[in-house]
Design a protein around this ligand. Structure first.
Ligand code: ADP
Ligand code: MG
Length: 246
């Protein structure tokens, strides 16, 4: 047993590469995220953010590179833990609630255990996202923001060690967005989850990230604390990316 070991990253990706039709859309990407840390993968549309997330989730296979979680190999080019056994929660824009299931059944969807255990976890999560009164509602009876809160509860219910979020707030109107972002952050921090949040909005990355990884043309061009990335851009393209977005 080692005692003073350095902390093990919750998620580590090493030299991830994925090409489509000979073009590298993810080009040697490496990232390390500690438990409780939120890293925002920020970059313009088409730069390879979603493809990176899909490889970590296990629904897309990399051409080369490795994915590790809690010091264990999750995936390389010859070994692969299936998506459902990776301990990963997903909140994707196009990963909507199941329309034919009640809120309770949506949140219970990925849970195992007895009916009582599942019910208790569902009630706890719905309470924490302030949606208890909608436990028997169906998705179409909820507003966009309410649906998003249920989606968050569903993603957190199985206690994922890693949460992957792909532009999860982009469908919400501005008035609601700030509140839901803050609420989401609070919940994720409480669970000590490592979060990789994809966004094309600098403002969102500045607000939510402990760290920003700036991506362009498949590569991470800069990485660091939001303030440092914002105040010390590496090149002109980064300057205009930040200013165009304002
Ligand atoms: P982002 O999420 O940053 O907008 P994506 O990862 O979705 O970017 O896509 C990066 C690039 O890879 C885009 O040019 C996209 O068209 C291309 N791409 C993504 N998936 C596929 C695919 N299955 N086949 C071919 N090209 C793809
Ligand atoms: Mg995308």
């Amino acid at each position: 047993m080692t005692t003073a070991a350095s902390p093990v990253p919750r998620l580590e990706i090493r030299n991830l590469v994925r090409a489509f039709e000979g073009r590298r859309v993810v080009d040697d990407v490496s990232l390390t995220i500690m438990p409780g840390q939120v890293t925002c993968l920020l970059g313009p549309s088409g730069c390879g953010k979603s493809t990176t997330l899909r490889m970590i989730a296990g629904v897309e296979m990399q051409d080369s590179g490795e994915i590790w979680a809690d010091g264990e190999l999750v995936c390389n080019t010859i070994f692969r833990v299936p998506p459902e056994r990776r301990g990963i929660g997903l909140m994707f824009q196009d990963f909507a609630l199941f329309p034919h299931l009640s809120v309770a059944r949506n949140v219970a969807f990925g849970l195992s255990g007895s009916a009582e255990e599942k019910r208790a976890r569902v009630e706890e999560l719905l309470h924490r996202v302030d949606m208890s009164r909608h436990i028997d509602s169906f998705p179409h009876q909820l507003s966009g923001g309410e649906q998003q809160r249920v989606a968050l509860a569903r993603a957190l219910a199985p206690r994922p060690r890693i949460m992957l979020m792909d532009e999860p707030f982009s469908g919400l109107d501005n008035r609601l967005r700030d509140g839901i972002r803050d609420h989401t952050l609070t919940l994720l921090k409480e669970e000590d989850t490592a979060v990789l949040l994809v966004t094309h909005e600098p403002e969102e990355a500045m607000r939510m990230g402990d760290e920003i990884a700036l991506m362009r043309n498949g590569k991470i061009v800069q990485q660091g604390a939001p303030y440092n990335v914002y105040t010390r851009p590496v090149d002109r393209a980064t300057v205009s990316f930040f200013s165009d977005a304002n």
